[in-house]
Design a binder for this molecule. Structure first.
Ligand SMILES: NC(=O)C1=CN([C@@H]2O[C@H](COP(=O)(O)OP(=O)(O)OC[C@H]3O[C@@H](n4cnc5c(N)ncnc54)[C@H](O)[C@@H]3O)[C@@H](O)[C@H]2O)C=CC1
Ligand SMILES: O=C([O-])CC(=O)C(=O)O
Length: 272
């Protein structure tokens, strides 16, 4: 009699929403990851042919989450939460989200939570480009008194945003504060640059009690995230210097790895 084979977990079929800098990098890396198969990629109708050409035979480009999807990873932008994530949750599809800043929109956090409850599933808000989100969410259980976040990026990371009305990104020679406001205002005004601010505030004191400063700094080459949190637990002070993705300087490479970690954990017997 032969020894029984080690049990193999089934291959996870994943639908990705978004095929920009994060989506393409996740897709490439997931191709090497055992246990994960990105079978579908949701893109806007105008990008369907181009996305399919890039995906080849490995996956199907589509304009909506397929009916038989079971696991979704969103990396598209704020609009994708209402358009794709909400209906998928209502149908019972488990979803993970990277565009956390969208939850600063009125009622969206409650809508997502209600939809997941209706579908008997869960929506996971991923840590994305930032570290320490787990510690902050744990610390909150004993009470927090203060959470302050500063996001500092090179000028290229602020192009095509309201920063262009605050300063001339091509010529600034000194660090320039673009916004000093609540996390809610930061997420609404800078949807592609304040997802970390929103994540830290949702893990901590909430969108209206978290102070956020956003800075364009010609002296740096990385996306630098700094958080200070105080409470009953003690104090966190943390700086993360994230390398930007080559295809989008607004976005740190760690965001891609955060998405991949979720997919890996989702199928693993031992998760970390
Ligand atoms: N949680 C975090 O730490 C971070 C989150 N993000 C979020 O991830 C999003 C994607 O980032 P990148 O890939 O760097 O941006 P990107 O601009 O390179 O790509 C976004 C892609 O999504 C597509 N898209 C937009 N709306 C869509 C919709 N409703 N349905 C399907 N596709 C749609 C766009 O056409 C584009 O191809 C950002 O908008 C941001 O909200 C980005 C960086 C960090
Ligand atoms: O990727 C990053 O460094 C963070 C980012 O864009 C965001 O917070 O939206």
């Amino acid at each position: 009699m032969t020894a029984p084979m080690a049990s193999q977990r089934p291959l996870q079929r994943v639908t990705l929403i978004g095929f920009g800098a994060i989506g393409q990098s996740i897709f490439q890396r997931a191709a090497q990851a055992p246990g994960v198969h990105i079978s579908h990629v949701v893109v806007p109708a105008t990008g369907l042919a181009k996305a399919q050409a890039r995906l080849g035979a490995a996956a199907t480009a589509c304009t909506a989450v397929p009916e038989d999807a079971t696991l979704v990873l969103e990396c598209a932008g704020h609009s994708a939460l209402l358009q794709h994530v909400l209906p998928a949750l209502q149908r019972g599809v488990e979803c993970a989200v990277l565009s956390i800043g969208a939850l600063a929109g009125p009622g969206l956090a409650e809508q997502l939570s209600d939809a997941a409850e209706q579908g008997g599933t869960q929506v996971h808000l991923l840590a994305g480009a930032m570290a320490g989100v787990d510690a902050l969410a744990a610390a909150r259980l004993a009470g927090l008194s203060e959470v302050c976040y500063t996001g500092r990026k090179p000028p290229a990371g602020w192009r095509d945003t309201p920063a262009e009305q605050v300063c001339d990104l091509d010529t600034i020679t000194q660090a320039t504060v673009l916004l000093d406001a609540t996390a809610r205002e930061a997420a609404q005004r800078y949807p592609k640059n304040a997802n970390v601010a929103a994540t830290l505030s949702l893990a901590g004191l909430g969108l209206d009690a978290t102070r956020v400063r956003l800075i364009a700094d010609p002296a740096v080459s990385e996306n630098i995230h700094h958080v200070v949190a105080r409470g009953e637990f003690g104090e966190i002070e943390l700086t993360l210097r994230g390398k930007p993705l080559a295809d989008n300087p607004k976005t740190s490479a760690l965001t891609v790895l955060s998405g991949l970690r979720f997919l890996h954990n989702r199928g693993a017997a031992l998760t970390l």
